[in-house]
Design a protein around this ligand. Sequence first.
Ligand SMILES: [Zn+2]
Length: 78
Amino acid sequence: MPIYEYVCSDCGLKFELLRPFSDSSKKASCPRCQKNAERIISACASFSKNEAGEAIPLAGTGSSCSSCGPTSCNTCGL
Ligand SMILES: [Zn+2]
């Protein structure tokens, strides 16, 4: 399952969810305040791909990506 990033429209908390692609456009609930959270369209989430093409989480890297901007990503190709 792909990892999606969301940001709470109320408290601004960012969090990630593993959910099926079919649910990717659905609203998520903030784990802190239970309000609606919007999905962040980001190619630079805190996961990478292994040789088999599977997404693997990178522990402790957060969602920052030093090699690309917020709307484009040379590394990820998206
Ligand atoms: Zn919240």
